[in-house]
Design a protein around this ligand. Structure first.
Ligand code: COA
Length: 130
Protein backbone atom coordinates (compact mmCIF):
# COMPACT_ATOMS: atom_id res chain seq x y z
CA UNK A 1 0.00 0.00 0.00
CA UNK A 2 1.50 3.33 -1.05
CA UNK A 3 2.01 5.88 1.71
CA UNK A 4 2.02 8.97 -0.50
CA UNK A 5 -1.72 9.62 -0.21
CA UNK A 6 -4.54 8.56 2.13
CA UNK A 7 -6.95 5.74 1.25
CA UNK A 8 -10.64 5.94 2.09
CA UNK A 9 -13.10 8.55 3.22
CA UNK A 10 -12.23 11.37 5.63
CA UNK A 11 -14.33 10.60 8.71
CA UNK A 12 -12.75 12.55 11.56
CA UNK A 13 -10.34 15.43 12.12
CA UNK A 14 -8.91 16.74 15.38
CA UNK A 15 -5.81 18.27 16.98
CA UNK A 16 -3.41 16.45 19.31
CA UNK A 17 -3.57 18.31 22.64
CA UNK A 18 -1.28 18.40 25.71
CA UNK A 19 -3.90 16.41 27.69
CA UNK A 20 -3.34 13.48 25.26
CA UNK A 21 0.36 13.07 26.17
CA UNK A 22 2.18 10.64 28.41
CA UNK A 23 4.83 11.51 31.00
CA UNK A 24 7.42 11.91 28.22
CA UNK A 25 5.34 14.50 26.42
CA UNK A 26 4.53 12.16 23.50
CA UNK A 27 0.96 11.48 22.34
CA UNK A 28 -0.47 8.23 23.79
CA UNK A 29 -0.93 5.35 21.32
CA UNK A 30 -4.23 4.68 23.10
CA UNK A 31 -5.51 8.15 22.23
CA UNK A 32 -4.65 7.59 18.59
CA UNK A 33 -6.37 4.20 18.65
CA UNK A 34 -9.52 5.72 20.11
CA UNK A 35 -9.59 8.34 17.34
CA UNK A 36 -9.27 5.52 14.77
CA UNK A 37 -12.07 3.61 16.51
CA UNK A 38 -14.30 6.70 16.42
CA UNK A 39 -13.41 7.54 12.83
CA UNK A 40 -14.09 4.04 11.53
CA UNK A 41 -17.28 3.76 13.58
CA UNK A 42 -18.69 6.68 11.58
CA UNK A 43 -18.56 4.44 8.50
CA UNK A 44 -19.77 1.35 10.40
CA UNK A 45 -22.74 3.12 12.03
CA UNK A 46 -23.76 4.61 8.70
CA UNK A 47 -23.65 1.21 6.94
CA UNK A 48 -25.32 -0.62 9.85
CA UNK A 49 -27.87 2.19 10.26
CA UNK A 50 -27.48 2.12 14.00
CA UNK A 51 -25.52 0.76 16.89
CA UNK A 52 -22.25 -1.15 16.36
CA UNK A 53 -19.58 -2.66 18.60
CA UNK A 54 -15.86 -3.02 17.91
CA UNK A 55 -15.09 -6.74 18.05
CA UNK A 56 -11.45 -6.79 16.87
CA UNK A 57 -8.52 -4.66 15.77
CA UNK A 58 -5.94 -6.26 13.48
CA UNK A 59 -2.52 -5.21 12.29
CA UNK A 60 -2.21 -2.01 14.28
CA UNK A 61 1.09 -0.40 13.24
CA UNK A 62 2.49 2.81 14.66
CA UNK A 63 4.78 4.21 11.97
CA UNK A 64 5.51 7.77 13.12
CA UNK A 65 5.09 9.67 16.40
CA UNK A 66 2.31 12.21 16.86
CA UNK A 67 3.17 15.49 18.57
CA UNK A 68 1.15 18.15 20.35
CA UNK A 69 -0.36 20.54 17.79
CA UNK A 70 -0.33 18.03 14.91
CA UNK A 71 -3.59 18.00 12.95
CA UNK A 72 -4.83 14.39 12.91
CA UNK A 73 -7.11 13.10 10.15
CA UNK A 74 -8.73 9.66 10.05
CA UNK A 75 -9.54 7.95 6.74
CA UNK A 76 -11.69 4.81 6.65
CA UNK A 77 -12.55 2.35 3.89
CA UNK A 78 -15.02 -0.56 4.08
CA UNK A 79 -13.19 -3.62 2.71
CA UNK A 80 -15.52 -6.47 3.72
CA UNK A 81 -19.10 -6.96 4.80
CA UNK A 82 -20.19 -10.23 6.40
CA UNK A 83 -23.57 -11.22 7.85
CA UNK A 84 -23.20 -9.05 10.95
CA UNK A 85 -19.63 -7.77 10.64
CA UNK A 86 -17.82 -5.02 8.78
CA UNK A 87 -14.06 -4.85 8.20
CA UNK A 88 -12.76 -1.33 7.81
CA UNK A 89 -9.22 -0.30 6.86
CA UNK A 90 -8.27 2.79 8.82
CA UNK A 91 -5.38 5.18 8.29
CA UNK A 92 -4.37 8.07 10.57
CA UNK A 93 -2.50 10.93 8.89
CA UNK A 94 -1.04 14.05 10.44
CA UNK A 95 -0.27 17.51 9.17
CA UNK A 96 2.66 18.61 11.29
CA UNK A 97 2.73 22.17 12.53
CA UNK A 98 4.40 24.44 11.62
CA UNK A 99 6.25 22.52 8.85
CA UNK A 100 3.09 21.40 7.03
CA UNK A 101 4.59 17.92 6.47
CA UNK A 102 1.82 15.38 5.71
CA UNK A 103 2.44 11.76 6.66
CA UNK A 104 0.66 8.57 7.66
CA UNK A 105 1.30 7.69 11.30
CA UNK A 106 -0.81 4.60 11.89
CA UNK A 107 -2.93 2.03 10.09
CA UNK A 108 -5.07 -0.92 11.17
CA UNK A 109 -8.15 -2.98 10.34
CA UNK A 110 -11.10 -2.44 12.67
CA UNK A 111 -13.88 -5.02 12.72
CA UNK A 112 -17.32 -3.95 13.88
CA UNK A 113 -20.49 -5.93 14.49
CA UNK A 114 -23.96 -4.47 14.08
CA UNK A 115 -25.80 -4.80 17.41
CA UNK A 116 -29.33 -4.16 18.60
CA UNK A 117 -30.47 -2.09 21.57
CA UNK A 118 -29.66 -4.98 23.92
CA UNK A 119 -26.12 -5.30 22.50
CA UNK A 120 -26.88 -8.54 20.62
CA UNK A 121 -25.51 -9.02 17.11
CA UNK A 122 -27.93 -8.35 14.26
CA UNK A 123 -27.64 -8.82 10.48
CA UNK A 124 -26.53 -5.82 8.43
CA UNK A 125 -29.52 -4.25 6.69
CA UNK A 126 -29.82 -4.80 2.94
CA UNK A 127 -28.27 -2.00 0.92
CA UNK A 128 -30.94 0.40 -0.24
CA UNK A 129 -33.44 -0.87 2.36
CA UNK A 130 -35.13 2.02 4.23
C1 COA B 1 -20.15 -7.88 19.37
C2 COA B 1 -20.79 -9.14 20.00
C3 COA B 1 -22.24 -8.84 20.38
C4 COA B 1 -20.75 -10.23 18.94
O1 COA B 1 -21.36 -11.38 19.45
P1 COA B 1 -20.64 -12.81 19.25
O2 COA B 1 -21.63 -13.87 19.61
O3 COA B 1 -19.34 -12.76 19.95
O4 COA B 1 -20.44 -12.81 17.67
P2 COA B 1 -19.75 -13.87 16.72
O5 COA B 1 -18.64 -14.60 17.36
O6 COA B 1 -20.84 -14.67 16.07
O7 COA B 1 -19.13 -12.88 15.63
C5 COA B 1 -19.94 -11.93 14.97
C6 COA B 1 -19.25 -11.54 13.69
O8 COA B 1 -17.95 -11.00 13.99
C7 COA B 1 -16.93 -11.75 13.33
N1 COA B 1 -15.78 -11.86 14.23
C8 COA B 1 -15.79 -12.31 15.49
N2 COA B 1 -14.53 -12.22 16.01
C9 COA B 1 -13.76 -11.72 15.03
C10 COA B 1 -12.37 -11.44 14.94
N3 COA B 1 -11.53 -11.63 15.98
N4 COA B 1 -11.88 -10.96 13.78
C11 COA B 1 -12.72 -10.75 12.73
N5 COA B 1 -14.05 -10.99 12.75
C12 COA B 1 -14.56 -11.49 13.89
C13 COA B 1 -17.56 -13.11 13.06
O9 COA B 1 -16.90 -13.75 11.96
C14 COA B 1 -18.98 -12.71 12.74
O10 COA B 1 -19.04 -12.16 11.43
P3 COA B 1 -20.29 -12.40 10.40
O11 COA B 1 -21.58 -12.38 11.18
O12 COA B 1 -20.21 -11.23 9.46
O13 COA B 1 -20.04 -13.71 9.74
C15 COA B 1 -20.00 -9.59 21.29
O14 COA B 1 -18.80 -10.23 20.89
C16 COA B 1 -19.67 -8.43 22.20
O15 COA B 1 -20.55 -7.86 22.84
N6 COA B 1 -18.36 -8.06 22.26
C17 COA B 1 -17.93 -6.88 23.03
C18 COA B 1 -17.92 -5.64 22.11
C19 COA B 1 -17.41 -4.43 22.85
O16 COA B 1 -17.78 -4.19 23.99
N7 COA B 1 -16.55 -3.66 22.18
C20 COA B 1 -15.96 -2.51 22.74
C21 COA B 1 -14.75 -2.90 23.51
S1 COA B 1 -14.23 -1.60 24.58
Amino acid sequence: MTDTMPHGELTLQTIAMPADTNANGDIFGGWLMSQMDLGSSVLARTRARGRVATIAVDGMTFQQPVRVGDILTIYAEMVREGTTSMTICVEAWIRRQPSGEHCRVTQARFIFVAVDEAGRKRPLPELGQP
